[in-house]
Design a protein around this ligand. Structure first.
Ligand code: SAH
Ligand code: SF4
Length: 381
């Protein structure tokens, strides 16, 4: 760990009282602008200008806008804010991974509402891992977030704010440096929470992030990860059009029932049917299956053969994820030798199955771990 920054900021208070403009779609902004005293024929130009300042230049204050009338900016700034949520903790790993703990509004309650966002730089891409809920209802037995009860769903603007904050911190605003290569090229909805239990807010946020006039992330480079909420999976493909990742972790119902208890409601056969019918599969894009490697639980050669058989009809990539241990959990990560043998079985059955490199281990990068650790330290002090 190189850097630890703790701040307390009043920004959340302000965010509470006025609407956050970057949580609105272009058509909503256009509609809202009709309430202001501007000629109708300028509506579309003003909408585009606001979109451009917010999502290409990353402004967080209306007063820096140069090409709009002062009185309009004044009115906008009394009705809306562009502020981000504040950062409570920032941790930087020796491997370049950065993890932010962000403070969200608690609607006047005494809870500390915090979520995690993680930036993972690699040679050819930079991935931002975004949260969709504060906590999670699903209690997967190997997941640290599963130990934190659900406080609430994130709003659209809180989901987008995670990307804006990361871009601010990384100086990744394209409009300011058109020739610079982007630092954040990929988004994964793999932070805290189950995105399909917050479908509408997640959908709107991802559509704003992939809008080609603004943040313009490629839909192929945005991945939504689900534990397998079957009724919503088709809607992800049809209404959002991003890539899908499914947290499978076992090809056997009795094992998956324990690892991912939602399996009792949506068992493997139903999950696989939903994957086989996933809309973008017809355009030959693959579904990613996440498979956490747990010693003596799901890592035998027979488990690998069962997995290959289960996925034989689905264009898939299988991400083998070494288990990221956390205090109080009894699972152990499989030995690297075993993970390699497991991968060989899948490779020879024709699957691409990268072994995920553990990142940011020195900064508690396991999902939900920084939040719990920070809460624990605060209680202690
Ligand atoms: N709720 C969604 C997305 C968030 S979890 C889902 O379950 O898919 C993102 C991924 O991290 C999931 O594949 C999850 O199984 C995995 N994960 C959670 N805790 C982990 C741990 N301790 N070690 C390795 N992977 C973990
Ligand atoms: Fe929730 Fe995903 Fe963790 Fe399961 S793995 S508890 S669904 S965040």
């Amino acid at each position: 760990m190189l850097d630890l920054q703790t701040t307390s900021s009043p920004d959340n208070e302000k965010i509470k009282n006025v609407e956050v403009l970057y949580g609105h779609s272009q058509s909503e902004i256009s509609e809202n602008l009709k309430n202001y005293n501007i000629p109708l024929k300028q509506n579309s130009m003003r909408t585009k200008q606001l979109w451009n300042w917010m999502f290409l230049r990353g402004i967080s204050d209306f007063s820096v806008i140069k090409n709009m009338p002062k009185d309009l900016l004044h009115q906008l700034s009394s009705d809306y804010t562009l502020k981000r949520n504040s950062i409570s903790v920032e941790k930087r790993s020796n491997d370049g991974t950065i993890k932010w703990l962000l403070k969200l509004s608690n609607n006047g309650l005494s809870t500390t509402n915090e979520i995690e966002t993680v930036f993972i730089p690699e040679e050819k891409r930079g991935t931002l891992c975004i949260s969709s809920q504060i906590g999670c209802t699903l209690n997967c037995s190997f997941c640290h977030t599963g130990t934190q009860k659900l406080i609430r769903n994130l709003t659209t603007e809180e989901i987008i704010s995670q990307l804006l904050i990361a871009k601010d911190k990384l100086n990744d605003w394209h409009g300011n440096n058109p020739n610079n290569t982007r630092k954040i090229t990929n988004i994964v909805m793999m932070g805290m929470g189950e995105p399909l239990y917050n479908f509408e807010a997640v959908k709107k946020a991802l559509l704003i992030m992939t809008d080609c006039d603004g943040l313009a992330l490629s839909k192929r480079r945005v991945t939504l990860s689900t534990s397998g909420i079957v009724p919503f999976m088709e809607r992800v493909g049809k209404e959002i059009g991003v890539s899908l990742a499914v947290s499978l972790h076992s090809a056997k119902d009795d094992v998956r029932d324990i690892l991912v208890p939602i399996n009792k409601k949506y068992p493997i056969r139903e999950l696989i049917n939903a994957c086989e019918n996933y809309p973008t599969i017809k355009n030959s894009s693959k579904i990613t299956f996440e498979y956490v490697m747990l010693r003596d639980i799901n890592d035998s050669i027979q488990d690998a053969k069962d997995l290959a058989k289960l996925l034989q009809n689905i264009p898939s990539k299988i991400n083998l994820i070494p288990f990221n241990p956390w205090p109080g959990n009894n699972y152990q990560c499989s030995d690297m030798d075993q993970i390699k043998k497991f991968a060989e079985v899948l490779n020879s059955a024709g699957f691409s199955c990268p072994i995920r490199k553990p990142r940011g281990q020195d900064i508690m990068a396991a999902c939900g771990q920084l939040k719990s650790e920070t809460v624990r330290l605060r209680k202690k002090n």
